[in-house]
Write a protein that binds this ligand. Structure first.
Ligand code: ATP
Ligand code: MG
Length: 568
């Protein structure tokens, strides 16, 4: 394609609003244009990359017998009311009404639509297992759309759903998907780690996320320095290994004045004690009931673990008003010693301490030497906190290392969550109605595009992995006004274009502009037709390592074949 005919509005300046490198480069290299917060047009280069990513996904889906469909974006509210998510999904769901005042949602995901489709059309276990997928625009009214395509309000997703009558078949498809995701991300050039994850609002009980390692990532991944253990920090278990240091004998409970002390840090320095010897008390509302959770001063409570422990989605931190009504103190002075009826749960590592420092439920006062059993009772101990870097891991392998990751995909075992509420059954091999079991599997296609740029760029621009690059070769005529240069460039373009996708910079621009743009756009190989054109010599440059060589046009084809094999 001649560059003079393509629409690539490159920019000289880094747009001020863009924090993430991928966002900056998507704008600078003329790949996307913002329309509104989190809503973008994909320009020609981005469109080609998205097509390449989608093609790789399609190939890998086909290998595992997943079949492509296209479902409606506009989804009637009745389906969402059936599943219970019309209320549960909250403000992220984009809702609208038609001219007859009927309510609809713009699909953020398609469990409801596909379950209703399968429920109405599938009759027999003989049609199973069935895996359907689509590649489509999704809508989520994200609270903080940001980082360009990494967190959009309108974005492209590949979503797949599988249906089964037995667990073994579901687990086989889950594993097939898991393996296919590994291949897809490798093929598009991403360094990705699959991690054990939380199932969140979609529900279900067994799930992995695929994270592209990157400093801009919004998730923290915990991995082992010795095994392939990896988990989202929300899920990373903290094994309880009791301290070998004997506990101090119980001393007398004492209430002390702690004026103006509001945080654990202030309390630690006021008492001149290390943070890990202080105890934090926090009040949560679990299924409508107040509970008090204790952790040590240097630990942070993880509400995903509370949800798992209490087996509910309904866990939230109580607000100051509720806390004052309940215990008569502000959040900085709370503690477990109270005559109010409130159940107390403690993180496992509280068991290593005696003589706890806790709030006295009276502003400006704390207790020292509080002891479990003597001064207050603990309902249960559990793993309620985030793991710290360097701590031992639950698989016994090594210690926790942290990395930041971008979630590019996720696979879920859904079980019967949707099929049961929406009554999706088939006749099993005994001729009886049986509820389907399901899996669902997503890839953020537009987010993957950004993640690729996060992992493949330098200070001058993008460096496309060849599997997804918008064009393979950039032919540049340095000065098209010179006949010999233009004629040779024209000829090379038409020859190379038979084997490769070639972008031909035929524009009447200064050489500097062309070279800058070429670096920004980042095609794997550049062929520069310049002052040696009359001798039949061109410069061939690799974008990844910058190596360049003068090559005679007679050797050009074989040279490029060789180079192209070497490039990732
Ligand atoms: P996140 O935790 O990042 O909000 P999610 O877990 O809610 O994502 P899923 O429901 O698992 O997302 O959606 C499948 C995939 O779609 C995700 O793995 C991610 O790659 C992509 N995705 C989700 N939300 C967005 C978004 N706002 N913009 C771009 N891609 C997204
Ligand atoms: Mg997810």
């Amino acid at each position: 394609m001649k560059q003079s005919k393509v629409f690539i509005p490159t920019l000289r300046e880094v747009p001020a609003e863009a924090e993430a490198v991928s966002h900056q480069l998507l704008l600078k290299a003329g790949l996307i244009k913002q329309n509104a917060a989190g809503i973008y047009s994909y320009l020609p280069l981005a469109t080609r990359v998205l097509q390449n990513i989608s093609e790789i996904i399609r190939e890998e889906m086909e290998k595992i017998d997943a079949v492509e469909v296209v479902m409606p974006v506009l989804q009637q509210s009745e389906l969402w009311k059936e599943s219970g998510r019309w209320e549960a999904y909250g403000p992220e769901l984009m809702r609208l009404k038609d001219r007859n005042e009927r309510e609809f949602a713009l699909g953020p995901t398609h469990e409801e639509v596909i379950t209703s489709l399968v429920r109405d059309e599938l009759r027999s276990y003989k049609q199973l297992p069935l895996t359907l997928f689509q590649i489509q625009t999704k809508f989520r009214d994200e609270k903080r759309p940001r980082f360009g395509l990494l967190r959009g309000r309108e974005f492209i997703m590949k979503d797949a759903y599988s249906f089964h009558t037995d667990e073994a078949s579901l687990m086989k498809t889950y594993q097939d998907m898991y393996d296919a995701y590994g291949r897809i991300f490798k093929r598009v050039g991403l360094n990705v780690r699959p991690v054990v994850a939380d199932s969140g609002a979609i529900g279900g009980n067994h799930t992995h996320e695929f994270h592209a390692l990157s400093a801009i990532g919004e998730d923290t991944i915990v991995y082992s320095n010795e095994s392939d253990y990896a988990a989202n920090i929300e899920k990373a278990e903290v094994p309880y290994i009791p301290s070998e240091v004997p506990k101090a004998p119980e001393a007398t409970l004492e209430k002390i004045a702690t004026p103006n002390v509001k945080t654990v840090k202030e309390l630690a320095s006021f008492l001149n004690k290390p943070l890990d010897e202080i105890t934090k008390s926090m009040i949560f509302i679990v299924d409508g009931e107040f509970v008090l959770v204790l952790v040590r001063g240097h630990h942070e409570i993880n509400d995903v673990k509370l949800k798992d422990f209490f087996k509910t989605d309904q866990v939230e931190l109580a607000d100051e008003h509720d806390i004052r009504n309940l215990l008569g103190a502000t959040p900085g002075s709370l503690g477990p010693i109270t005559d109010k009826s409130i159940k107390i749960y403690a993180d496992n590592y509280i068991q290593d301490l005696s003589n706890l420092v806790v709030g006295a439920n009276e502003d400006g006062y704390h207790y020292i030497n509080a002891n479990v059993g003597r001064d207050f009772q603990v309902e249960a101990y559990g793993d309620f906190r985030f793991i710290l870097e360097g701590e031992p891991l639950s698989d016994g392998s090594g210690t926790a290392q942290f990395a930041e990751g971008i979630e590019v995909g996720q696979v879920f075992v859904l079980g019967t969550k949707y099929s049961e509420t929406m009554d999706a059954t088939v006749l099993n091999n005994q001729g009886r109605e049986q509820t389907l079991t399901m899996g669902c599997y997503g890839i953020g296609v537009s987010r993957t595009l950004s993640a690729i740029i996060e992992q493949h760029h330098d200070e001058n621009g993008v460096i496309w992995p060849k599997a997804v690059t918008p064009y393979d070769i950039h032919v540049i005529s340095v000065n098209p006004k010179k006949d010999d240069q233009r004629e040779l460039a024209d000829a090379l373009y038409s020859t190379l274009n038979k084997t490769y996708n070639v972008l031909y910079d035929d524009r009447q621009e200064r050489a500097g502009v062309k070279f800058n743009d070429a670096d920004l756009i980042g095609l794997p190989i550049r062929v520069v037709v310049g002052k040696n054109a009359s001798d039949g010599i061109v410069e061939v440059k690799r974008r990844d390592n910058g190596e360049k060589e003068d090559i005679h046009i007679d050797d050009l084809a074989s040279h490029i074949t060789k180079l192209y094999e070497q490039i990732q």
